[in-house]
Write a protein that binds this ligand. Sequence first.
Ligand code: SF4
Length: 126
Amino acid sequence: MATILEKVICVTCPKGCTLEVTLEGDTIIKVENGCKRGHEYVHQELTDPRRMVASSVQVKGGLHPLLPVYTSAPFPKARIQELLSALRQVEVNTPVKMDDIVLRNALGTGIDIHASRDVKEEAITS
Ligand code: SF4
């Protein structure tokens, strides 16, 4: 099987090292440059890439129509569009506190979706 040399930029810390990865098919043979965390990043990125996701959901009866939300952990990259579609169906009631869970176990991944801020109820004026 052919050996491939691939360069991967590590985004784990601001140093941004370029790691050289030797692959045979999908198998990682060796990783050069960088530190242990960088090597873990390469394995994650090449086998199960994930990203933190920030988005918003609708709010019912709030001072603001949208609530910013974030994932509790990096989310599988291949399923991010599916997650964004699911979040478009979510509507929360006020009041909302920062870090409240607005969607538990999103798409069965075990990852929760949290509120990024408080949202108070809309003031009723008469
Ligand atoms: S390899 Fe290590 S030092 Fe380099 S960017 Fe990644 S975490 Fe930072």
